[in-house]
Write a protein that binds this ligand. Sequence first.
Ligand code: TYD
Ligand code: MG
Length: 463
Amino acid sequence: MARTLSFVCQSCGAAHSKWSGKCDACGGWNTIVEEGAPIPAGAGARRSKGRPFALEDLKAADELPARRVTGIVEFDRVCGGGLVPGSALLIGGDPGVGKSTLILQALASQALQGGHAVYISGEEAMAQVRMRAARMGVAESPVALGSATCVEDILSTLESGRTPSVVAIDSIQTIWTSALDAAPGTIAQVRTASFDLVRYAKATGTALLLIGHVTKDGQIAGPRAVEHLVDAVLYFEGERGHHFRILRAVKNRFGPTDEIGVFEMTGRGLIEVSNPSALFLGDRSGTAPGTAVFAGLEGTRPLLIEVQALVGPTGYGTPRRAVVGWDAGRLSMLLAVLDTRAGLAMGGHDVYLNVAGGLKVGEPAADLATAAALISAFAGKPLPGDWAFFGEISLSGAVRPAPQSELRLKEAARLGFRTAVVPEGTKAEGLELKAVRDVTDLVLLTGGELRQSERRGRIESHD
Ligand code: TYD
Ligand code: MG
């Protein structure tokens, strides 16, 4: 008889034939747990169902089911324009970020539009869910509530009534199947229960929303076990101490993956933020040295973000570098480029970098704004308040173009910016453009001082 692989790593999902202290697959310690092997249901039985179709036979657009719009615009956009019938969506996030609140609001909105929305909580009692709904002002919405954790119970309840248009399971880590004797929350349970729910969704055309908690290293517990089962994975994130939350698609079979939805958590639930630039711009009334505005892009949406830098002589032996909202490695690279190519020696200085509002910026086009903030902080000279920046900086110090420049500049002009500092070759109307070829151009433009050798080099090259 074949040996069963019933020892499963709770971190990566790899199966092993025996227990050991370390998982060979992911290197995690103490992550392997014995899980019961599933009872094979009709294993080996041949069925003739999965007959292949020609793609062209399926092309009639009217046969394709319409997306179910929840009416929460920010949510619908991240999903790619509403929920796809029969699809499964996984929503991950830290505990307390507002996943249950978001989903309850989306379901309430769907139900008010005539959909049959079902919310099943494995974490909260009915009374708690109702209390939350009352706080959010959606208690009158005809959402069907259920409190259950056994997947067989959930499915038989769903099958006995009207087929729902959308079902939410809060959270997948609390759901278990009686087909396994492993504890709820283990990889095997999460995987099997999700699989049964996804199968139900596909068979009935119900849109399924699975809520999952994220482990401390940022992965949804049992990530590999569930992520491939679902059609889309969304992350709901937010910084502690900030009120706004960002919904981000990391995988989407039916839509783009670079869209974000912005919400603000208030005493009455989440409110959509349709003009997020205002949130991330910070208080622009007075300009201190070290702040620059980045004309960024998140998905299809332009977004203006304030980058703040603080540079000061170091008090200890090793200078400190601290970054919030940006990549620390990228900051080191930028400092090295500014030092080598423009002679801004910040080696003996502490450097702190912060993206206002707690947003995380991943675009390389933010380099120029960050460099401008650093130069301004180092020189102690504030930048004009109505300047916006974008452009990528390469290791040679050259400033490279960024995609969708018109969109960025249009948003900047709309928000009252008059001047944009951009890579060479950028065109725009309604804004004065200052093109920079490399970091030395930027230093001269933003009031920094070039090192003697750089200055001489420039004069020679311009002669
Ligand atoms: P919740 O949706 O329960 O988070 P999750 O399901 O991701 O664990 O949200 C919990 C937090 O949201 C909690 O700290 C309180 C806050 N909150 C508000 O500020 N306003 C509200 O109207 C609601 C419902 C929650
Ligand atoms: Mg919750």
